[in-house]
Design a protein around this ligand. Structure first.
Ligand code: FES
Ligand SMILES: [Fe+2]
Length: 351
């Protein structure tokens, strides 16, 4: 399927807490409706949210123990996706089943594997450690975007926008846009590092501690396929040595984009502070700041998407600041081609 989505990859479908203890949860991923629910053994199962009878969403039905019953004409499915009961007939046709997706839970993120189940590899799960770590605290965030996911990835791959989109929140200084990021290739992605020295503390950092001097800031993040950002960032008084973190603000952020459809995207995010730096109020303040700043992004990117939709062929002007997003798009293309080639080889082998 060539719709620009990498299928052999883990996608975040939900925060762990979004899946009810005894109910059904549904979200569309890569254009496919997916149902997630908990089983009695404490596990989770992910099935196509589309009854094989007449395609009604199973999430509109009800959970019965570890099974789910379609709310339209009552077909009942086990957690492996096999239909186990058809009202009004004794025999269940062997084809009566829905797809089951490989699923993984790691550090509070629930991931689904949208491609070949044989290739679902837990080693490919991102290291979102600060989502579940005693040394780090945060509040979980989710936002829905009515734009294609790659436009949001572009935004996350180029932090020069911090100086402008977020000049009153994260950014606070034009120095971030001026600082050239160091971009290096890593396994399935890019590492992007930026450092700005001797800049005024942004309102965001001021909210952690009242810096009364300029600060040195660092932003180092990995952006890995399919679309996960894992970032260490922080700031310390400019007079302090680089390895002296006693007066530093230290943050770690995990963010993931999951395409919902070709033109809409789920955005999961958090930013953790060190457990010994701040309390519940700090946590709430960070969360509120993220919501404010990410709403700034959403407005800009949504307006950009509107322009793109009006004239999809309008040329763009490549600039130095686009280096990371150009490289990431190249990486994605390579992976998509590899996936298409593997799919074609698989199809030929099966023929
Ligand atoms: S659509 Fe599900 S039972 Fe008919
Ligand atoms: Fe932003």
């Amino acid at each position: 399927m060539n719709d620009g989505f990498l299928r052999n990859a883990w996608y975040v479908i939900a925060w762990d807490h979004e899946i009810p203890a005894d109910g059904l949860f549904a979200r569309t991923v890569l254009g496919e409706p997916v149902l997630v629910y908990r089983t009695a053994d404490g596990g989770l199962t992910a099935l196509a949210d589309r009854c094989c009878h007449r395609l009604a969403p199973l999430s509109a039905g009800r959970k019965e123990g570890d099974a789910v019953r379609c709310g339209y004409h009552g077909l009942k499915y086990g957690p492996d996706g096999r239909c186990i009961e058809v009202p009004g007939q004794d025999r269940v046709p062997p084809r009566a089943r829905v797809r089951r997706y490989p699923l993984a839970l790691k550090n509070r993120w629930v991931f689904v594997w949208m491609g070949d189940p044989e290739r679902a590899d837990p080693a490919l799960l991102p290291d979102n450690f600060s989502c579940d770590h005693a040394d780090w605290c945060y509040l979980p965030g989710y936002m829905h975007y009515q734009v294609p996911w790659l436009l949001i990835a572009d935004n996350l791959l180029d932090f020069s926008h911090l100086s402008y989109v977020h000049d009153k929140t994260f950014g606070g200084t034009p120095e971030i846009a001026r600082a050239q990021p160091l971009i290096t290739e890593i396994e399935r992605g890019l590492r992007i590092a930026r450092e700005v020295r001797n800049v005024p503390p942004s309102p965001y950092y001021q909210s952690f501690r009242p810096f009364d001097t300029p600060i040195n800031r660092w932003i180092v993040y990995d952006f890995v396929l399919p679309a996960t950002l894992l970032m260490h960032s922080g700031g310390r008084p400019a007079a302090d040595a680089d390895d002296d973190l006693r007066r530093a603000v230290q943050l770690h952020s995990c963010q993931a984009l999951t395409p919902e459809t070709a033109t809409s995207t789920h955005y999961f995010f958090q930013e953790s502070h060190r457990a010994d730096q701040g309390d519940a109020q700090t946590r709430q303040r960070i969360f509120d700041s993220l919501l404010t700043a990410f709403e700034e992004d959403r407005q800009m990117i949504t307006a950009q998407a509107r322009n793109l939709a009006l004239d999809p062929a309008a040329p763009m002007l490549p600039l130095a600041m686009d280096a990371a997003l150009v490289r990431f798009r190249r990486l994605l293309q390579q992976q998509l081609q590899a996936e298409a080639a593997a799919g074609a080889a698989g199809a030929a082998g099966a023929a």
